[in-house]
Design a protein around this ligand. Structure first.
Ligand SMILES: [Zn+2]
Length: 71
């Protein structure tokens, strides 16, 4: 067992994130698909940065975004 990359929750070794962060990451991916269909083409980085600026974006999602932008 080890820690989630983004919080102190314990996770299986094969996983990167805990359950909460994993579902946040999944929502992020689903949202990107929707945006990409709607807006011809949008770079993933641009999508992530836009979401960071939207106040309704959840904290968990923002943590996933910051982690991805850092990588
Ligand atoms: Zn977590």
């Amino acid at each position: 067992m080890k820690d989630c990359k983004l919080c102190d929750n314990m996770i299986e070794n094969v996983e990167k994130f805990c359950k909460s962060h994993k579902s946040a990451a999944k929502n992020l991916d689903l949202g990107y698909e929707i945006w990409r269909n709607r807006l011809d083409s949008i770079e993933r980085e641009e999508y992530l940065k836009t979401l960071l600026e939207i106040s309704t974006t959840g904290t968990l999602v923002k943590q996933v975004i910051m982690n991805e932008l850092r990588e």
